[in-house]
Design a protein around this ligand. Structure first.
Ligand code: ADP
Ligand code: MG
Length: 449
């Protein structure tokens, strides 16, 4: 199949050719015609498989072919969970609208509010935004959505995880009319919260799922290493940095303070590392992302702030210094490498504090994960086993009663674990104790948007 088979508007088709895209990816092959036919979509495909163009192309096509419902209102709104991703989507969109009369603007949290009011007064056809700030402008009447034709949610599940459902509902309700089309995209869209939300937002959606979620990403080689503690994680990291053949590397940590700490340690060894976290102001964030994208830094140490959507072509390695708190983020983090058919390596370090997250990832991927060892680094930790709760009499009776019934497989594990090494002392490790609340990367919408 070729892009020319879609029957795109000639200006749009010329742009596609001019930018060097010949064959649509699988998700594009399915999502572009379905969106062009006017369907609402819940579309998922693996990381790096071209989802952005799968919504940008039909959006421009719709605007080229149809008359606007309103002269003043935006016609397409694209929302993303983070400012960095919004910027990236915006720059892709700009490439595709360059030869058209359509105006596209970017509305992000953390940037000057009044400047954005002026930008919105120019009555752009396209708005790319983070949801919190856009909802603020909407509430204050800086624009209206009665003429909105397309609402696109990129990384829709992450926006819900971050607590943006209220803002998304407000935006949805402001554009509540029959001709509105809605498209949801992500590599992970199969959890219950998304389904509930889809019911509110979408009309008879078509589902497209191509190698999404737990499906093995054949271009990304995953390796897992056990570690006793933080010091050992740092030893392992040093080993990988010295031995792996790498281009650029993204290291994910659980906490913001760890990004700074690790980047400092690495920089002291002349390793050209930089830290990105939500603690920084927007111009610092922009500067770090721009210089990393240009290859001016070898290593980016970050949190789940950078787990979604970022398309950085020279990232050969992702290192999970800590396992992610939200299971799906594992798929997205490692998906920062192995993009658009290139190969990548994903290395994950698993210490006692990571064990619960690790087991959740293992369950999510539906595979038995084995650990690799490094010569010269002696690790005692062998994993934790679930603590057996003493069955009470009543429970025993109930269990006997229910024996004949098949049990549903448990998707996400919520258990306490006992250190296998330290079983004598019955050292119970509870996840909450592993990191205090303020140490954990605070993935609130305030930070992201
Ligand atoms: P996703 O959103 O699925 O993670 P992106 O939209 O960020 O993926 O695209 C990943 C990379 O693939 C980008 O660099 C993009 O330019 C490239 N790409 C997209 N569509 C095609 C295509 N049809 N042919 C070749 N490369 C493509
Ligand atoms: Mg994407």
């Amino acid at each position: 199949m070729q892009f020319s088979d879609f029957g795109l508007d000639s200006t749009l088709m010329n742009t596609v050719q001019h930018l060097g895209f010949s064959e649509p990816t699988q998700i594009q092959q399915q999502a572009i015609p379905a969106a062009m036919a006017g369907h609402d979509l819940i579309a998922s495909s693996k990381t790096g498989s071209g989802k952005t163009l799968a919504f940008v192309i039909p959006a421009i096509q719709r605007l080229s072919k149809n008359r606007a419902l309103s002269k003043r209102d935006p016609r397409v709104v694209i929302l993303t969970p983070t400012r960095e991703l919004a910027k990236q989507v915006f720059s892709q969109l700009r490439l595709f609208t360059a030869n058209t009369q359509f105006k596209a603007v970017l509305i992000l949290g953390g940037e000057n509010f009044n400047d954005q009011v002026k930008v919105l007064e120019k009555e752009p056809e396209f708005i790319v935004a983070t949801p919190g700030r856009l909802a603020d402008h909407l509430k204050q009447g800086h624009f209206y959505l009665n003429g909105l034709e397309l609402l696109i949610l990129d990384e829709a599940d992450r926006m819900l995880d971050l607590g943006f459902s209220k803002e998304l509902s407000q935006i949805n309700q402001a554009a509540d009319h029959r001709k509105r089309q809605t498209l949801l995209f992500s590599a992970t869209l199969d959890h219950a919260q998304v389904n509930d939300f889809a019911k509110e937002l979408l009309k008879k959606p078509k589902r497209i799922a191509i190698e999404a979620g737990h499906t093995e990403h054949i271009d990304i080689t995953k390796r897992f290493y056990l570690a006793d503690n933080l010091t050992q994680k740092e030893d392992l990291l040093q080993h990988f940095l010295a031995t792996e053949k790498s281009q650029q590397i993204i290291i994910f940590t659980a906490t913001r303070s760890d990004t700074e700490r690790l980047a400092k340690i690495l920089s002291m060894q002349s390793l050209n590392a930089v830290a990105l976290s939500g603690e920084l102001n927007q111009s610092q964030r922009n500067q770090i992302m721009d210089s990393f994208a240009k290859g001016q830094h070898k290593i980016l140490v970050t949190t789940d702030l950078a787990s979604r959507g970022l398309d950085l072509v020279n990232v050969s390695h992702v290192i999970n210094f800590d396992m992610p708190k939200h299971t799906e983020e594992f798929v997205h983090r490692i998906g920062r490498t192995g993009r658009a058919g290139t190969k990548g390596d994903a290395i994950s370090l698993v210490g006692p504090n990571d064990w619960l997250s690790f087991k959740n990832v293992e369950a999510f991927l539906q595979q038995k994960i084995t650990f690799t060892k490094v010569d010269g680094i002696k690790v005692k930790f062998k994993g934790l086993k679930p603590k057996k709760a003493k069955p009470e009499k009543a429970k025993i009776a109930k269990a006997t009663e229910q024996k004949a019934q098949p049990r549903k497989p448990q998707k996400v594990i919520k258990k306490t674990f006992v250190d296998i090494q330290d079983a004598g002392a019955m050292k119970i490790i509870k996840r909450k104790k592993a990191l205090s609340a303020d140490q954990i990367e605070d993935s609130t919408k305030k930070e992201q948007d």
